[in-house]
Design a protein around this ligand. Structure first.
Ligand SMILES: NC(=O)c1ccc[n+]([C@@H]2O[C@H](COP(=O)([O-])OP(=O)(O)OC[C@H]3O[C@@H](n4cnc5c(N)ncnc54)[C@H](O)[C@@H]3O)[C@@H](O)[C@H]2O)c1
Length: 321
């Protein structure tokens, strides 16, 4: 029987829904407490404890900590890049104050032994090298989301150095999965393109055809998250956030890959405000630190991911193959 208790904050989103499932498989259903400001139709409500929590509500957060005494916290609640640009003030408040509530609880010697908090490629900016983006280099994010991620990286490192809080973090590229809706990011097109290919055979893309961005298939994102959290502390040499890569492609490349499965699929390009955000982000990430420190290797490339996404979305829609 495990002594670990895992609390997931912001668990009903694209990442949390799948992460909770995997964590419950590892630690047991009653040992993984899912929390979110909202409920949706996710299966996670039926498979273990759920508490409604606005992470900005510090007293409710403390009540939940008192009740469950978690040893690990995965803090996923955030306003994502495109959504935060519509409400920058609140984007900063949620992304930073939420993180401080978690870090302070860990620092104050509650039960928490380890904290996971994701960063993003949005922490980079237009002066970062776009190809083979290094772990360290120019970081000049242009969105409030990216600024909050970069500041968050510095703070988690500060809490580790100053108070020994065992913080771990990954700079996710765009995450692609079929189990839940994306949450308002600049890479969301790479999820909806698969749904459109099967539903209407037409996709209206909000980025230009040759905009190469780094992406990661959700099973790889879950694998990396669990690996970095389960690695021995001595292997975690990066206390800001690790560069992480899976694959890189443009809208035209993913479209051509889907077309090998669905020949009638068509696409049009009508870029919007998200193009400017994408232009400020890296295209290909150098993740050699993650590979060297804790053995990171992704399983999926564009071809494998496309086969798997189409298979699973077909099953979801019960369209047959
Ligand atoms: N999805 C991606 O492509 C991507 C890429 C890089 C980094 N990330 C990071 O990964 C994390 C999870 O992303 P996601 O894609 O699952 O996002 P999402 O938007 O799908 O999910 C976020 C969840 O947080 C919840 N939430 C919002 N405000 C809250 C609050 N005040 N208190 C508690 N919960 C609240 C939302 O209801 C939602 O369920 C975020 O920190 C995000 O910045 C995601």
């Amino acid at each position: 029987m495990t002594n670990e208790k895992v609390l997931v904050i912001g668990s009903c989103g694209q990442l949390g829904t799948e992460l909770v499932e995997s964590l419950r498989g590892i630690y047991g259903e009653s040992h993984v407490i899912s929390t979110d400001i909202r409920k949706n139709d996710s299966v996670i409500f039926e498979t273990g404890p759920f508490e409604t929590l606005d992470i900005l509500d510090e007293s409710k957060f403390k009540e939940i900590l008192q009740k469950y005494k978690p040893t690990q916290v995965y803090h996923l609640a955030a306003l994502l890049s495109a959504t935060a640009e519509k409400n920058p003030e609140f984007g900063w408040k949620l992304n930073m104050d939420g993180l401080f509530n978690v870090l302070n609880a860990a620092k104050e010697g509650q039960s928490i032994k380890r904290v996971y908090w994701p960063s993003s490629i949005a922490a980079f900016g237009p002066n970062t090298p776009r190809i083979d983006t290094p772990q360290y280099g120019a970081m000049d994010p242009t969105t409030v989301y990216g600024i909050s991620k970069y500041a968050g990286e510095l703070y988690i490192q500060y809490y580790y150095n100053r108070w020994g809080v065992d913080t771990r973090s990954l700079r996710y590229p765009g995450l692609i999965g079929y189990k839940s809706e994306p949450g308002g990011g600049t890479t969301d097109y790479a999820v909806s393109i698969y749904h459109d290919a099967l539903k209407t055979q037409h996709h209206n893309c909000f980025l230009e055809k040759d905009t190469v961005l780094p992406m990661l298939y959700m099973p790889d994102a879950i694998k990396a998250t669990l690996e970095v959290m389960h690695a021995e502390a001595s292997k975690i040499k990066m206390r800001m956030s690790y560069n992480l890569a899976g694959m890189s492609f443009s809208p035209e490349e993913i479209y051509n890959e889907i077309k090998t499965h669905i020949p009638d699929f068509t696409i049009e390009y009508n870029s919007d405000y998200r193009q400017q955000i994408a232009n400020s982000w890296p295209a290909v990430i150098d993740d050699s630190n993650a590979r060297e420190d804790w053995g990171w290797i992704p399983d999926f490339n564009l071809e494998d991911m496309t086969t798997d996404m189409l298979l699973n979305i077909r099953q979801l829609y019960s369209l047959g193959s």
